[in-house]
Design a protein around this ligand. Structure first.
Ligand SMILES: [Fe+2]
Ligand SMILES: [Fe+2]
Length: 136
């Protein structure tokens, strides 16, 4: 029989889900953006939100710690998520650099990154759910 779930974990998971909802809304905005100035503004917002969100996930009491604690399968996934965070933050800078040269290419790059970020967040949601599922 598995131990009872720590209520603090549930609060952390709820806050995490709220951040994912916020990011999903920003990614919807990104899909609709069609000019360089709007993209530049959105990149500033995404930069702040993504840095804060990734830090929350990776902090000592964050959801990644809970997933890691759930077993070796969870721990392996976290290493992948953390590596992807670095790729996304580098990708933001790449989009900014591209925007300084050619807005259309920057928009394509940003949308591709947005799709990858949406997949990343969905995979995290699945990992959180798996970690919270009672073990027999
Ligand atoms: Fe993440
Ligand atoms: Fe996330």
């Amino acid at each position: 029989m598995s131990p009872p779930v720590d209520p603090q974990i549930l609060t952390t998971v709820q806050a995490h889900a709220d951040e994912h909802r916020q990011i999903r809304k920003l990614l919807e905005v990104l899909r609709a953006v069609d000019d360089g100035d709007a993209l530049a503004t959105l990149l500033d917002v995404l930069d702040a939100v993504m840095h804060e969100h990734f830090a929350h996930e990776e902090q000592e009491q964050g959801v990644f710690a809970a997933i890691r604690a759930s077993g070796p399968a969870g721990a392996a996934r976290i290493d992948g998520f953390v590596a992807e965070h670095k790729v996304f933050l580098a990708g933001l800078e790449e989009v900014r650099a591209r925007l300084a040269v050619e807005a259309g290419e920057a928009l394509d790059l940003a949308r591709a990154m947005g799709d990858q970020l949406a997949a990343h967040e969905a995979a995290e949601n699945a990992a959180v759910q798996a970690a919270l599922r009672p073990q027999d």
